[in-house]
Design a protein around this ligand. Structure first.
Ligand code: ATP
Ligand code: MG
Length: 447
């Protein structure tokens, strides 16, 4: 039998990878502009890390986690989310001694044993960020701003922030009592999950998608109306900040999150085109988690965005290159001079294609056109003897004969290698020139 991918996982093929790379590049540049630095934590951790932080009663931990024992019988888990690992790392590396807030971002794969469907897979990818160490609503607004900007910069429109606060320990516990009071005589009408949640995680009842639960919650008290003065003020100030940034938002009094560690302001970014899985990104404040995990009391706020869901929203948009060069030649096997030119182009960071088997010139130029090459360089026996090469503009189908020695310089002048968006770095020059330019076009539509 032919071996196939595991249910809920998929290959990201080269035809799609350019979109992923564009999204990653836009996100990196944006996050670094906001002064976040990348952190890479392990893909698997002690299972207890997620049980303690995300919470034993949450769906993520109780139903969706990939847990396994290693050869020494240690209980490990594939990471289902990013915040827990970052908090572990923050404590393990004494990051509280650094200038606060410590601002970290990550991107990579996460794993949840869920029913695979559109926008929901068992291996999925997130881009996320955490600002740790300062309790200031500006950071809540900054995190919401970034999670809107990443999809927006990619050209995704019609995003909306759903905003709420689940309060601090004090006002939340008062509210939960009121909610339980309201639901007491209706408990039989709630779904089986919410019956369980009634005693384990009552706030989650607010978030249940079943109509019988929505009905019974609707006429009850909302947490938004029951916030203490301090929590209300923080929510209102966050609203003020994001309004000043022109962010489209709405207070959603029934919004709660599926992870236990949240406190205070929480949010989701939704897009109607995604159907049932309409949440593109989500996050909020988790001021008690670091202390709860054994660190010093440290406030924090963060978000995570689903890469697959953003890719779905990008649809058929192509981020493929049209900045490559095709080196066509007629002297088979490849003449030493052709090989030298090929190598010189590539060493200069120019994305160069060629053939490695005997093909007619017509055939080679057809390949060049099909793969969207910007220029072709044609080297025949005649040109080789004269020390020249033909430069063909694939857009205009015009061509001219140039000196072989000038070829690299001329191509370099005519193909933009590095986008102004890309951070100047000796390592980036020319590499992946293909998508840099298109990313730019996409950031400033019409330019
Ligand atoms: P949902 O309500 O859709 O299950 P969630 O609340 O479980 O989302 P979070 O843990 O907040 O999700 O993760 C942040 C983002 O990661 C989600 O908004 C979504 O875009 C993405 N995401 C989460 N789980 C999956 C999955 N199984 N497949 C694809 N993307 C996912
Ligand atoms: Mg989920």
């Amino acid at each position: 039998m032919v071996v196939k991918t595991v249910r809920g996982t998929s290959d990201i093929l080269p035809s799609d990878v350019s979109t992923w790379q564009a999204l990653e590049l836009v996100s990196r540049n944006l996050l670094e502009a906001y002064d976040y630095r990348e952190i890479r934590t392990p893909i698997f951790e002690q299972a207890g890390l997620f049980q303690k932080s995300v919470g034993e009663c949450t769906d993520i931990v109780s139903k969706e986690m990939y847990i396994f024992s290693d050869k020494k019988g240690r209980e490990l888990a594939l990471r289902p989310e990013g915040t827990a690992s970052i908090v572990r790392s923050f404590i393990e590396h004494n990051m509280h001694t650094q200038t606060l807030p410590v601002k970290l971002y990550y991107m990579g794969p996460f794993f949840r044993y869920e029913r695979p469907q559109a926008g929901r897979t068992r291996q999925f990818h997130q881009i996320g960020a955490e600002a740790i160490g300062i309790e200031d609503v500006t950071l809540d607004a900054e995190i919401i701003d970034i999670s809107m900007q990443i999809p927006s910069k990619m050209g995704i429109k019609n995003l909306k922030v759903m905003l709420n606060s689940i309060g601090c320990k004090e006002c939340r516990s008062k509210y939960v009592k009121r909610l339980l009071g309201h639901l007491k005589n209706r408990i039989k009408k709630l779904c089986a999950d919410c019956n369980r949640r009634y005693s384990t995680n009552p706030l989650r009842i607010l978030d249940c998608k079943k109509s019988e639960c929505i009905q019974n919650v609707k006429d009850g008290p909302t947490i938004t109306e029951n916030l203490c003065a301090k929590c209300r003020n923080k929510l209102e100030t966050t609203e003020k900040h994001i309004s000043s940034l022109g962010i489209n938002y709405q207070i959603q009094p029934y919004l709660v999150r599926g992870l236990d560690y949240y406190t205070g302001v929480i949010f989701e970014i939704i897009h109607s085109q995604l159907g049932a899985q309409n949440v593109v990104a989500a996050g909020g404040r988790y001021d008690n988690l670091i202390e709860q995990m054994g660190g010093k009391p440290t406030p924090a706020v963060g978000f995570a965005a689903g890469i697959e869901r953003m890719i779905m929203l990008l649809g058929d948009r192509s981020f493929q290159s049209n900045n490559s060069v095709y080196l066509a030649y007629l002297d088979f096997p490849m003449h030493e001079k052709v090989f030298e030119l090929l190598s010189a182009l590539r060493k200069n960071g120019i994305h160069t294609k060629t053939t490695y088997q005997e093909k007619t010139l017509k055939n080679q130029l057809k390949t060049a056109a099909k793969s969207n090459c910007r220029f072709s360089l044609i080297l025949g026996t005649n040109e080789l003897s004269k020390g020249t090469v033909i430069l063909r503009d694939m857009k205009t189908s015009t061509q001219e004969e140039i000196k072989l020695d000038n070829a690299v310089a001329i191509i370099k002048k005519n193909i933009p290698l590095v986008s102004p968006e890309a951070k100047p770095s000796p390592f980036k020059v020319g590499i992946k020139a293909d998508h840099f330019v298109d990313v730019n076009k996409m950031i400033k539509p019409g330019s």
